[in-house]
Ligand binder design. Sequence first.
Ligand code: HBI
Length: 361
Amino acid sequence: MDAAPKYRILLISTAVAPLGTGLGGGVELFVKNAVQGLQQRGHRVTVVAPAGSQLENCDRLVPVEGQLQPTAHTSDRQTPIVMPKSSVLSAMMAYAQQVQSDYDVLLHFCYDWLPFYLAPFLQIPIAHYVSMGSLTDAMDAVIAQVTTQFPGTVGVCTQAQAATLPHAETYRPIGSAVDLALYDFCAEPGAALGWMGRISPEKGLEDAIAAAQATQTPLKILGKLEDQAYWEHLQKNYPEAPIQYLGFLDTHGLQAAIRDCRALLMTPKWVEAFGNVAIEAMACGVPVIAYRRGGPTEIVRPGKTGWLVEPDSVVGLVDAIAQIAQLDRSACRQQAEAEYSLDALAQRYEHWFHDILTRYA
Ligand code: HBI
């Protein structure tokens, strides 16, 4: 039986930030894990990313100069498509067009108009990994155009995310992963709860703080302080809450801080496309208490690896915190190993590329 084909993949990273700065948010982890998983399975991955990007374990990184894209996650429905002067995104796509004949497939992680619009103009197939739910009418339109003209080439993190986009049933669920070797299982937790994410209104940190205050349970907070005014507002509103802010930590520091938590609280106010922090916690054996909203609803196994709570209900969080003892920390690690390893993710990409190349190459 001939070995499965090895692909030559040109991977175009997000144009919103250089890799390694943390400013790209969850998409940095999506890129890092895709590269590592695919390389480990013998595929040749070349990463094209904004100048200044750092990516360990990456065999080929092509830095590209240019103006970064403004972030889309603070858009509203009518926000128009923006192409800055000398945009890094157009330079990255120009590079892809020049070298495309050396590759089997393009894969991009840009929640931006240009790579979608250029799909019919390219000679090789392009796979689109959409990393957020629906945000603007203009992006919905170009995503709908591509999933109609090139069915099967648009990937998503979860079905819940796909449900926010037009033609919800046409997207390929690719999911996410963590490098399990970097996360140590912790069987005996301490007293604290954890919360991880960008400190920004759409992540709903105020609810986790309110639950910590109501139960007088210490809460460790990790993540990039993105919105200073919002953070100061939280300090003022919850002066007695037993919280500890530990900053934005690298994976080693993050898992060392979160692994002894009794549970991770996830309180998204928006439809979280996936919720990478959930699988980072589970990899350490930390169960997840999450609002029943977006990606976490497809990750948490209620009563086993966590609890799903009525969205925006602090009382619901408090009730779930009272029932943490019923959850199984080993089952959290086992689920991470079964579904969220780098190898499992890389196989999902392989099957996706196989189907795309069978249909469009
Ligand atoms: N905004 N314009 C733009 N492009 C992106 O690729 C992008 C973004 N905002 C946030 C973001 N990517 C990532 O943090 C999420 O995809 C996870």
